[in-house]
Design a binder for this molecule. Structure first.
Ligand code: TTP
Ligand code: MN
Ligand code: MN
Ligand code: MN
Length: 372
């Protein structure tokens, strides 16, 4: 797609559903690139720079009206309204896009060898920016061929990541997700008919595709959820390529600092599921064609369910911002396990997400409105 085919107004006209909505496809940038590039570089101010770009991009995505000129940027937080070097930088990029249809700076990033290789490497399951950076800078690696050829040692996870690279970098469609949901649901039921399974992550926010499928598993009676994950996995074992380290909560396959701040202690597995394409299309029956799909299963006790639901619905930026707000404005520590007063340590139980918003004196936001 040629750059100049894209009207500047289209580029900045992002509604709240822009997470993967059709409007995004028209534009050359997803809004993540500058943030991503900062995190890839991982230098001294990387986190802060990444956050500034994310905030600017989130502001544009959430803006209800089309942005056509500089004037429209004036009162936008983290862009025209906020007075900082970083906000100024966001504004400059936005203005470039408004007038040219693209940004030279973002183009340079996208076309740069560093960004391209980092994107390739971090697309490997089990590879974060740290390893990818080492490969790029210290080992001079640039392509996936280099990864295969250089005789570097990969963990078991990473070798699976290489083996299923294309599959795992192909988005999961909603129809495929629905199919897997039914299978997991059935397995849960067979293990214990009281187990509940709840869709979280991007699909709960209404996305039509995702990089993985995230499911919470719980039991109405606290404690009864314990030990069920292994049984569920056992039921589905012929469909798994990999079931992760089920109990190892320090198993941090994430990228950026977000992971450490949202790490929780739930029993979970970051798995790779074997999706049979014939499940969707009965014509394919017989000649089984498989596709590897990332599936996250998280087991949560009933009394923490509302918090886990809120914490696992995302987006990552929404989670980061609501937690920051809770801490700084309300003196409350919010996690996927619960919420407590920073001063008195008093715990606040909640049965629903609505109650959590209420306690934080926030207007309720439906999952589809948490796309920032
Ligand atoms: P992801 O599955 O990484 O992201 P997503 O579902 O929003 O988007 P995608 O379609 O690309 O999969 O994570 C889902 C949510 O789970 C995320 O917003 C934050 C939360 N989360 C945690 O709380 N702890 C964790 O360790 C991880 C990996 C995610
Ligand atoms: Mn997800
Ligand atoms: Mn994603
Ligand atoms: Mn996930």
């Amino acid at each position: 797609k040629k750059l100049m085919d894209i009207q500047p107004s289209q580029l900045l006209k992002r509604k709240v559903d822009a997470d993967d909505g059709p409007s995004t496809k028209k534009s050359r940038y997803s809004g993540d690139e500058a943030e991503e590039h900062a995190l890839f570089r991982g230098d001294a101010n990387a986190e802060a720079r990444a956050l500034a770009f994310r905030r600017g991009s989130a502001t544009l995505k959430a803006h209800p009206k089309e942005i056509v000129c500089e004037e429209d940027l004036k009162n936008l937080p983290y862009i025209g309204l906020t007075n900082s070097a970083k906000a100024g930088h966001c504004k400059m990029v936005a203005m470039e896009i408004l007038s040219e249809g693209f940004s030279d700076e973002v183009e340079d990033v996208l076309n740069g060898s560093f960004y391209k290789s980092m994107k390739l490497f971090t697309g490997i399951f089990g590879i974060g920016p740290q390893t990818a950076r080492k490969w790029y800078h210290d080992l001079g690696m640039r392509t996936l061929e280099d990864v295969k050829g250089k005789n570097i040692s990969l963990t078991y996870e990473q070798s699976l990541g290489m083996e299923h690279y294309d599959d795992l970098n192909t988005p999961i469609k909603l129809e495929e997700a629905e199919c897997i949901i039914k299978m997991v649901e059935k397995a849960c039921n067979e293990v214990c008919d009281e187990l509940t399974m709840t869709l979280v992550g991007g699909f709960r926010r209404g996305k039509s595709q995702g990089h993985d499928l995230d499911l919470l598993i719980s039991h109405p009676e606290d404690g009864k959820e314990k030990g069920k994950l292994v049984l569920i996995i056992e039921k589905l074992k012929e469909h798994f390529i990999y079931t992760g380290r089920k109990m190892d909560v320090s198993n941090n396959l994430n990228k950026g600092n977000f992971a450490s701040s949202t790490m929780d202690n739930f029993e979970k597995c970051f798995s790779i599921f074997k999706f049979n394409k014939s499940w969707l299309n009965s014509n394919l029956e017989g000649k089984a064609e498989w596709k590897a799909v990332r599936l996250d299963l998280i087991v949560v006790p009933s009394h923490q369910f509302a918090y886990a639901l809120l914490g696992w619905t995302g987006t990552k930026h929404f989670e980061r911002e609501i937690r920051r707000y809770a801490r700084t404005e309300m003196k409350i520590v919010l996690t996927s396990h619960g919420m407590h007063s920073l001063d008195t340590k008093q715990n606040f139980p909640a049965e629903t997400e609505e109650e959590i918003f209420q306690k934080l004196q926030l207007e309720y936001r439906a999952p589809s409105e948490r796309c920032c």
